[in-house]
Write a new protein. Sequence first.
Length: 480
Amino acid sequence: MRREDREKYLLFYSIYTLIESPKIMGDQSMDAKIIIVSVILLVIGIGIGYGVAAVSMPPAGAETVTTTMTETKTVTKTVGATTTTPEELTTKNVYTISWDQLVELAKEEGEVVWYGFGSTYERDFFTELCSMFEEETGIKCTYVHGSWFDTVQKLISEKEAGKEVGDIDVVLAWSKPFAMAYEAGAVWDVNLAEIIPNAKGIPFVARYFHDMYPTNGRHLPILAWWVGFLYRKDLLKYPDDVPTSFDELLDWVKKNPGKFTYCDPNKGGSGHTFLIGLAEWFYGYDKFAFAEFSEERAAEIFYSKGKYDMNFWEYLNELEKYMYQPGNYPQGNKATIELFEAGEVVLIPMWVSITMQEVEAGRLDPNWVGMYIPEPTMPGPFDGVFIPFNAPRKAAALVFINWLLSDKVQALIPQKIGAYPAVTEAWNLVPGEVKNKPWWPINDPYNDLVKWRKYGPLWYRHADYMFWMMEKWIDEVARK
């Protein structure tokens, strides 16, 4: 039986049962029974009609808009229903109030306090951003420059002590400190990627992972640091005189002994970023890409044969034999680039940002500076911000983060500190003279950020395998 026929059958059967029921109709005549049933059906019909009307009717004060979706189909939706702005944000109402209401609440809070870290360049730039935000919005902004470790430990201690109202609204963090805070319950449990309008411009993976650690949108990147190969372009020509791929690196170092080095991976990010990129090439990116971590699996990978029929440590020890002062590793990013500035080495893995800062400080001759990313690619971190669980001004924090992700602010990041914007399309607003500076990678597709992010290759670091590798490097390389 078809569905429509079945529904008709049930309707008629119900009416028949009602008429013939002695408990309901008693001894009434057939005409009386029909009249009674008709009245009952009329009442039911009126009730249904009012119910449909109530559901269909827009709420008071709402505006009904009809939108043409195609040439033959239209849909009608109700918009503009108003709600009362809450006195404070919670993990529930933050998803339901409008952005305008959130901005109104942020202005009532009147202040945002942002904790960050980095070099003096970052300190000065972030302080400048706070002044800009305050001038544009009227919301007071205070930047506190310090140690990411101290900031995270402070939040974890406050969580353990049950301190429900703190004094920090926004925290700048890379993957490790965010993971520490998140796992300790010291991060506000709200999906920022879903709430903040400007977050949509960030690459999808970076919105929900940091160094392959799942952030669930509780951390949003505001910039991307990157490491490339810095080479002496007055002595070496790209691509003929440099190792354009990791495949060529060992042979190049052998032919140019003493001219290459990298920093101790436990002392500088250029060192551990280079090494995890090398490992992803050595064993294949698929071995690491968003893979679950265990020490057993890490050991299985790093002690297995990869390129050149060597394991990873054997390869690094072979490389070391031909490096600058074998067995001695520069103790940080700064120490590494100082060797380059002194002419001791001609090829190093180095942050784009530090290269820029050294040139602008007058310590590095721009005529020496050439930068490229070796094949297959180099992974990099998207560093960003989170809101502490006990932030006293959460609405102001959300508005501030959204402002940081605006195209105008994002376009300042390459100009001021030599990092890439988290919002890809903001690169189009960066002046041409800035993009042509020698510290940006010259090879395709890395010389066009929009193209690079759209079509790749875009690899990420794996935080857990990277930190395991950093610890093992001490015994397997530095102490051998």
